[in-house]
Design a protein around this ligand. Structure first.
Ligand SMILES: Nc1ncnc2c1ncn2[C@@H]1O[C@H](COP(=O)(O)OP(=O)(O)OP(=O)(O)O)[C@@H](O)[C@H]1O
Ligand SMILES: [Mg+2]
Length: 225
């Protein structure tokens, strides 16, 4: 039987934690460095990943430059169809979700149920404990359901935008107190990680490699890619 795509969402109900930026770094590195066939589905009504690719296409790259992987816009309503249609054509599908204003936001929750992996970026100092707790409860609900059906599912969190403040540890400890697995490697709050590329891998530069590779390796190992 043909292997179907691994479906991944870097998700958090909070906005601005790096969901899109880190998804694009991962998608580009997996496609360019590892040779995976990647599809990036942008479910965010703000279309930031889709618009970012368009911007690069129009301003940074020569016309006709081959895109290393497609970035497509899709409404959360149609994500199931889109995944079913593409799962045997790709190795990895990323789903970029919008920020959620309410953890019971049905459409987005449904999108997460199509994933094999949900990865939660957390940032120090801005832990709105109650709202993130509800989001995690929702992800745990999906986990229980999937396990009961013997479907593949796992979730992890990681610290993004690490800075010099003590709250980094507080954020990690908070995740651990909720029994959420946390990656050992975090990502610093640095210029090299502020701007994603969709045509190039961040691992292509020495600075990018230094900042991203330990996290990337742990990501690949944890998701068995
Ligand atoms: N590790 C990092 N270091 C520095 N800047 C970062 C890092 N991660 C993300 N950023 C910056 O943080 C901002 C928010 O990132 P991003 O748009 O990826 O978040 P998001 O969670 O997708 O937000 P939204 O919920 O609005 O979709 C961007 O300006 C991005 O450049
Ligand atoms: Mg985003």
């Amino acid at each position: 039987m043909a292997k179907t795509a691994t479906i991944i969402s870097i998700a958090n109900m909070k906005g601005g934690v790096g969901k899109t930026t880190i998804s694009l770094f991962l998608a580009s590195a997996l496609a360019i460095e590892k040779g995976y066939k990647v599809l990036y589905l942008d479910c965010d009504f703000q279309r930031s990943a889709f618009d970012y690719r368009e911007h690069e296409k129009n301003n940074v790259y020569e016309e006709g430059e081959k895109e290393p992987y497609p970035i497509e816009r899709v409404s959360p309503k149609y994500i199931y169809d889109e995944v079913k249609h593409n799962e045997d054509k790709y190795d990895i599908i990323f789903i970029d979700i919008p920020r959620i204003t309410d953890a019971s936001d049905g459409e987005v929750v449904t999108v997460l149920t199509f994933c094999h992996y949900v990865i939660l970026p957390i940032v120090a100092g801005e832990l709105e404990a109650l709202s993130i707790k509800r989001f995690i409860e929702m992800v745990k609900g999906i986990d229980e359901y999937k396990k009961s059906k013997n479907h593949q599912f796992a979730y992890f969190s990681f610290l993004n935008k690490r800075n010099r403040r003590k709250e980094n540890i507080d954020a990690i400890n908070y995740m651990k107190s909720l029994n959420v697995p946390v990656f050992d490697n975090s990502l610093s709050d640095v210029k090299a990680l502020a701007k994603p590329y969709t045509y190039e891998s961040i691992l292509a530069t020495a600075e990018g490699r230094r900042r991203f590779e330990p996290f990337f390796n742990e990501f690949i190992k944890s998701l068995k890619l």
